[in-house]
Design a protein around this ligand. Structure first.
Ligand code: ADP
Ligand code: MG
Length: 238
């Protein structure tokens, strides 16, 4: 189980309110997409959830337990960024094993988890390569693989496809959808791309300037946009 509740969350940087009171529930196994224009606070909210930034006000609850002050390493959430941040001197296998080795997992357990993630992501033929010998899409798959082996309670994706070209982005989007079908893990996925949001999401959260404008399924948002901002952001005629 991994159900996240965000209660009256606020975050300020240098006297500027960036997250202005956010309330949201992300259900167990749900694929929840945060969609909004650049600079509206999506990454900040994700970093607050991950524990990479301190909360100013409000609470984060995971399965009812308060994690607001829990250090990032103890939250067991995994974040995938747009920059892959792979270790260049390590092979794919070593990159995917690294976090488990640090956590002192048994070698045979590590091998099993890495093989499973490699199978899911079709990385088996590439396990002994170094990142320099991989394409952009393959590198992003390794970054996702590193998250999978940790078996996190929630997957957090911050615009993971925005560095890829258009064709690869479509392919990776399908792979992420398939991944969710297979793992059925609670996922929060940040993007400013409405097509990406609408094709992947069970639930879309539309953000603007540090606030939620609307929450709903893709169909609900298209049928009943709550206001002009939502309608225009979804590319609907005014
Ligand atoms: P998004 O991911 O939606 O593009 P961000 O969460 O990155 O938006 O940023 C929201 C706002 O907060 C921006 O105005 C950004 O400049 C500001 N911001 C983000 N991180 C910091 C920081 N560490 N210090 C100061 N301002 C920040
Ligand atoms: Mg961002």
């Amino acid at each position: 189980m991994a159900r996240l509740e965000i209660r009256s969350l606020r975050k300020r940087f240098d006297e500027v309110d960036v997250i202005k009171g956010v309330d949201l529930e992300v259900e167990d196994r749900e694929f929840c997409v945060f969609l909004g224009p650049s600079g509206c606070g999506k990454s900040t909210l994700l970093r607050l959830i991950a524990g990479l930034e301190d909360v100013d006000e409000g609470h984060l609850l995971l399965d009812g337990g308060d994690i607001t002050d829990l250090p990032a390493v103890n939250r067991n959430l995994a974040m995938v960024f747009q920059s892959y941040a792979l270790y260049p001197h390590m092979t794919v296998r070593e990159n995917m094993s690294f976090a488990l080795k640090l956590a002192k997992a048994e070698p045979d357990v590590i091998a099993k988890k890495v093989e499973r993630a490699a199978r899911i992501l079709a990385l088996e033929p590439l396990l002994d390569r170094k990142p320099a010998a991989l394409s952009g899409g393959q590198r992003q798959r390794v970054a996702i693989g590193r998250a999978i082996v940790r078996e996190p309670r929630i997957f957090l994706f911050d615009e993971p496809l925005s560095n890829l070209d258009a064709a690869l982005r479509v392919q990776m989007r399908l792979e992420i959808a398939r991944l969710h079908q297979e793992l059925k893990a609670t996922t929060i996925y940040v993007t400013h791309d409405q097509v990406e949001a609408m094709t992947l999401a069970d639930k879309v959260v539309i953000f603007n300037a540090g606030r939620i404008e609307q929450v709903g399924s893709p169909l609900e948002l298209y049928r009943r946009p709550a206001n002009r901002f939502v309608a225009s952001f979804l590319g609907m005629p005014q």
